[in-house]
Design a protein around this ligand. Structure first.
Ligand code: ZN
Length: 1150
């Protein structure tokens, strides 16, 4: 997966990483663009793990009477008349169990005065629930005379048959005629529903829960339902659980969330009919053939947000498909683990194969996970809907019941039903289409059976999109898809994709195994892209490119994402981690190998060098915190799994793989990789498997000492967090080297007795004989050594540089003499030092200074040479570090002096690139311009500001001419002009945003709109970002918020907004996770005790309700604490250095 992230501390890959100036304009834009915006977006995935809205059905067992299989069918009505729980067509509001909020009453529902919960049926005898007066949390049921509804509520009014002490409850029991909660006969009204045998839904609201059939607990009990935005009516959507059967109460202990190993799936047949233009329900059928690896009397698989039709559940032996089958005594739903469990009458026999089949009802949610719905406007302004899947890591279970673990590989045979005007695609090519029986205008598409693969790689898209084809690769049909009006922007991906695919086939020496590869741009997408085998899905901005409107960085960025996803087709899809603990193998490799692919496409882009200033240095800055985590980390719960799709997995993973490739040499590394992939193809692996194949290759090729294994080395990098700083102290021709974990801040209270030591591949070169090309290790420092000596170095008048091309994942510190020699070299002839090592020296120096291990005087002296630096990569390292100083100083008296310093080193760069953009310049020349202008404008450099305002004015005079402002400079120019302007400028940019058809351009405008200095405009903008139909997509709310929060004028406003609109925001996203991230964003620059106090107060006031946001708030407080300490320790030191070096412009009395 490619996360949507551009931040240093953000969690996910691509976007930024690559360190490219996605757009610019320092503040707020840069921050937003590079650091923050996306920080959040990726979290969207986990953020939307909604609190449970569960349908809580009782089983007949609960009544203690019947043992027969429950039938929990909840039918989805597809008839026009259909009202009812699941369904409502256009008219459909408020039907059924589900009840519309505002109106509060639904069909078939009767509310008592208390108005809570429950469902009641009228004469029609539908449904079955009546509420008592006390009625809260009831949902009990009271049968009418007609005898419908089964259960009678206790006096306490709590749940009918079910209520536990915890007050959960609600049950409905339908009689034969029974209708029940949700459901819809033709006449159908009624909430949840039951068919004949039916057991029914019911919902039980807890205190908070109001509304029929709706319940929102976190504990996940109860409830049918869920309402999506207005108007949809009684759609029923269970979150997280299945319905029917008995719900297993949540445990209070740690649970093992892994599936039992007794059954192994072999082949799935999945048939889905998504009602995209109807009520968003999905009619589903799944048939899975399994082998019993051991005898078992229960069948357990994953299920979430799905309502099973229990009378259709069948389990038969493969050798007796027509027989009576294996009886199911009870259906259980374990909401916590998202399990459906069938208890069996007879044991399954080891070695035998069985087939499980069932019908079910699912739901096209708007949470960007599972099988979900996305919308866009066509050329005529009409809303169009599509259905698309996103399963990684744990959401295939929301689309169909399955063994949803990566090692449970099986073949998939998919059928998708679509309206004739639409098309459907999946992992494999379509083999046939035929009409859906009895439903005019509907067709089934049947796709070829897949190769064995993990559930998280299964994909479906049903849309009215169009495609373009390429036969550039001789055995793989390559297609790109998008909405019709954007298809011309897919040309670049169509051209690049096959080229990269062919490159990887050669690199891995393994052909791509599928006959086709589709790539599709989705209007609403949570991650950046997803590598589903044969059907890669992308955010529009990650695949589409308009050469005129997108800009240089977008071109490289699209290449990066395409290469990353295609690399996954081998690393991840062909050989898959056994469990999510090793997800770094997927993501680290895709990131590193993807960079090789980018380098192939754009040999002049210096992608391998950019990797250092982007990925490697970015993650060094993260992994130096005590709160970091090892690359390889045990995970269980889906929340935990989602959390490790972070830059430790992506960027640190890629960085240590790069280190490995360099210490083994690339040829040996590739040989080991090819062996690993071909030996384990279609299977699963752990990191130890990879270590073994690489060790074998290393020993065969003699690039690895015979007494050393890759496992010995790499375990020290993957099983422990952090990395070392190697301190080099010279004495004559001798040097003493020590290793110690590098920590930015040592928290006194931290109790960690682990002895951090690494196997370090040491490389070095000297002034006497500079050689920056040799990267195999000169010396190994063992994990048992905290100190070693190196002899035969040149005399002390000459510098040494360790960590050649920064191929090792460590920092280097030197004695003062060596630092001074390096500073001298940089100032006399910096080109003698390799460009990557210049970037390394800058980055190490500033980070060592921030950690108190090197004086800021030395670090700032290192950076003075930048006025002569013309290469992009060292600049990138410098600016991303200096950004911290700029942030900390921005509200202080010393800011003027810092500005003078920054402008002094930047002005030569600004002058050399010029304000005038040229899209034909080499890519890195364009990047330098983007950076220089963004910083200059943010620092109020008048030439930059004037030019921006004037260019923007030209655009206002010719709104239709989108080529007036180069896409590279769009963010900087618009941000600067909007900041300098007023309502008129803002409204103009907003209109351009609304009418733009180019995702990248829209993003830049969204960021720039947050640059206004008018408080009321910013306030309105914040409001819009958390409001449906305001023109800002939910997925972009973070970007807008981040932009306002990074604006000096907007920060306090944003902070107040979060505090005051806490509830509104969490409702909007359906979780608290997003809120936590907003807090982190707004507190990013906090560095005063007052701000820390406000954060602590906030945490205290919301102590009981922070939930998933708590960690983020804690982190914001920790960061603020560190910022305060930094100000106390270094502010004066830096101000003094600025003064001593002639950068005055301050009010302070130095
Ligand atoms: Zn990935």
């Amino acid at each position: 997966m490619t996360g949507y992230s551009q931040s240093r501390e953000a969690l996910d890959m691509d976007v930024t990483k690559v360190g490219r100036p996605v757009s610019l304009v320092r503040k707020p834009a840069v921050y937003v663009q590079r650091r923050v915006a996306v920080l959040l977006a990726f979290l969207f995935v986990s953020a939307t793990l909604a609190t449970g809205l569960l349908v809580y059905f009782n089983s007949s067992q609960a009544e203690g009477t019947s043992k027969k299989t429950l039938d929990l069918t909840v039918s989805t009505p597809l008839q026009e008349t259909g009202v009812g729980g699941v369904v409502p067509q256009e008219t459909g509001v408020g039907a059924g169990g589900v009840v519309p909020q505002e109106t509060g009453v639904g069909d078939g529902v009767v509310l008592q005065e208390t108005g809570v919960g429950g469902v009641v049926l009228q004469e029609t005898g539908v449904g079955g629930v009546v509420l008592q007066e006390t009625g809260v949390g009831a949902g009990g049921v009271v049968p009418q005379e007609t005898g419908v509804g089964g259960v009678v509520p206790q006096e306490t009014g709590v749940g009918g048959v079910v209520p536990q002490e915890t007050g959960v409850g609600g049950v409905v029991v339908p009689q034969e005629t029974g209708v029940g909660g949700v459901v819809p006969q033709e006449t159908g009204v009624g909430g949840v529903v039951l068919q004949e045998t039916g057991v029914g839904g019911v919902v039980v609201p807890q205190e908070t829960g109001v509304g029929d059939g709706v319940v929102l607990q976190e504990t996940g009990v109860g409830g049918v339902v869920v309402l999506q935005e207005k108007g949809v009516g009684g759609v029923v959507v269970p979150q997280e659980t299945g319905v029917g059967g008995v719900v297993v109460p949540p445990s209070r202990e740690e649970v093992n969330i892994r599936l039992p190993r007794a059954l192994k799936p072999l082949h799935y047949m999945v048939k889905l009919q998504p009602f995209i233009n109807g009520n968003f329900s999905i009619q589903g059928f799944v048939q899975v053939r399994m082998v019993a690896l051991q005898a078992t009397s229960n069948l357990t698989l994953h299920i979430a947000d799905i309502i099973t039709k229990n009378d259709t559940i069948k389990l038969v032996p493969v050798d007796d498909p027509e027989g009576p089958g294996i009886g199911i005594t009870q259906n259980l739903y374990d909401n916590e683990r998202q399990f459906y469990i069938a208890l069996l009458e007879t044991e399954l026999v080891e070695g035998k194969q069985y087939v499980l089949s069932m019908q079910f009802t699912g739901y096209l949610n708007d949470q960007l996970k599972g099988f979900y719905r996305s919308t866009y406007k066509d050329q005529d302004g009409n809303d169009r809907w599509i259905a698309v899947s996103q399963f990684e890591p744990t959401d295939a279970r929301r689309a169909f019941p399955c063994f949803d673990e990566p090692s449970m590989k099986a073949e998939f045979e998919i059928y998708l039903a679509r309206e004739s005007s639409m098309n459907a695609i999946s992992n494999m090519p379509k083999v046939e289409s035929f009409p859906v029986e009895g439903q005019e205008g509907w067709m089934w598409d049947h796709f070829n059976t897949s190769v064995p693969m993990s559930t998280y790689l299964v994909a479906f898209v049903v849309s009215d999109f169009v495609h373009m084809d390429s036969q550039d690769n001789d055995h793989v049909l390559f297609r790109v898809w998008s909405r019709e009006s954007a298809i011309d922007q897919a040309s670049y991906a169509l051209q690049t994709g096959p080229e990269v695919l062919t490159f990887f086939e050669n690199y891995f020496s393994i052909p791509f195994p599928l006959p086709k590869q589709d790539m599709i741009a989705i209007p609403d997408f949570s991650a950046g892209a997803m590598e589903n085998w044969g059907l890669i899905t992308y955010r529009e901005t990650d695949m589409l490119l308009n050469p005129v409107a997108s800009g240089a960085s977008s071109m490289e960025f699209v290449t990066v994402v395409v290469a990353h996803e295609l690399a996954h087709q081998w690393f991840g899809n062909l050989v898959t981690p056994k469990w999510w603990t090793d997800i770094w193998l997927n993501e680290g490799f895709a990131t590193y190998v993807g960079t090789l692919g980018v380098n192939h496409i754009g040999p002049t882009w210096q992608s391998m060098e950019q990797f250092v200033s982007g990925d490697l240095q970015d993650v060094l800055a993260l992994d130096c915190l005590q709160s970091s985590h090892p690359i390889s980390v045990p995970v269980g719960h889906p929340d935990e799994i989602n959390q490790i799709f972070d830059s430790i997995s992506y960027s640190k993973g890629a960085s240590i793989i790069r280190m490995m490739s360099n210490f083994l040499t690339e040829a040996t590394f590739r040989k080991g990789l090819t062996n690993y992939l071909s030996n384990l193809a279609y299977g699963n692996a752990e990191q130890d498997d990879l270590w073994q194949f690489l060790s074998e290759a290393g020993h065969e090729e003699a690039t690895l000492p015979a007494d050393l294994t890759v496992k010995m080395v790499m375990d020290t990098w993957t099983l422990q967090m952090g990395y070392p700083v190697v301190k080099v102290v010279r004495n004559g021709t001798l040097a003493t080297l020590t290793q110690e974990r590098f920590l930015l801040i040592k928290n006194e209270n931290w109790t960690d007795s682990h002895d951090y030591k690494w196997w370090i591949p040491l490389t070095y070169t000297t002034q006497e004989n500079p050689n920056f090309e040799s990267t195999p290790p000169d010396v190994w420092m063992k994990d048992s050594e905290s100190q070693i000596m190196i002899s035969s170095l040149p005399s002390q008048e000459h510098w040494v540089i360790f960590n050649v091309q920064e191929t090792g994942f460590y920092r280097v510190n030197y004695d003062d003499d060596n630092w001074n020699l390096l500073i001298k070299q940089l100032n006399t002839n910096h080109t003698l030092i390799h460009v990557v090592n210049r970037a390394q020296i800058i980055d190490d120096a500033l980070d060592l200074a921030q950690a108190g291990q090197l004086s800021y005087n030395t670090a700032l002296n290192v950076n003075v040479y930048l006025r002569n630096e013309t290469e992009y990569v060292p600049w990138e390292s410098a600016l991303s570090n200096l950004e911290y100083l700029e942030m900390m100083f921005t509200r202080s008296a010393g800011y003027g002096a810092l500005k003078s310093y920054l402008l002094a080193i930047l002005t030569p760069l600004y002058d050399s690139v010029g304000f005038e953009d040229n899209l034909n310049d080499p890519l890195l020349e364009q990047y330098k311009r983007v950076e220089a202008l963004s910083w200059a404008c943010n620092l109020d450099y008048q030439d930059c500001v004037h030019n921006s305002v004037s260019l923007f004015q030209q655009w206002m005079d010719n709104p239709a001419n989108r080529s007036i402002i180069s896409p590279n400079l769009m963010t900087t120019v618009c941000c600067t002009a909007i900041a300098a302007g007023g309502e008129e400028e803002w409204n103009f940019a907003w209109n351009q945003y609304l009418t733009s058809n180019v995702g990248a351009e829209k993003n830049k405008l969204l960021v720039a709109l947050g640059c206004s200095r008018e408080i009321w405009i910013l306030s309105r903008y914040l409001d819009m970002s958390f409001t449906e139909d305001s023109g800002i997509r939910k997925q972009d709310a973070h970007t807008v918020f981040g932009s306002v929060a990074r604006n000096d004028v907007g920060r306090d406003l944003a902070w107040n907004y979060v505090r005051e609109e806490w509830e509104k925001i969490s409702n909007y996203f359906g979780s608290f996770t997003t809120l936590g991230d907003l807090v982190k964003t707004v507190a990013y620059e906090f560095n005063t005790k007052q701000e820390k106090y406000e954060l602590e107060l906030f945490r205290e006031e919301h102590a009981g309700e922070l939930e998933t946001a708590k960690r983020a708030v804690d982190q914001a407080i920790e960061r603020t604490t560190n910022n305060i300490a930094w100000m106390e320790n270094y502010y004066d030191v830096i101000v003094l250095w600025l003064h001593d070096n002639g950068y005055h412009k301050m009010i302070k009395h130095f």
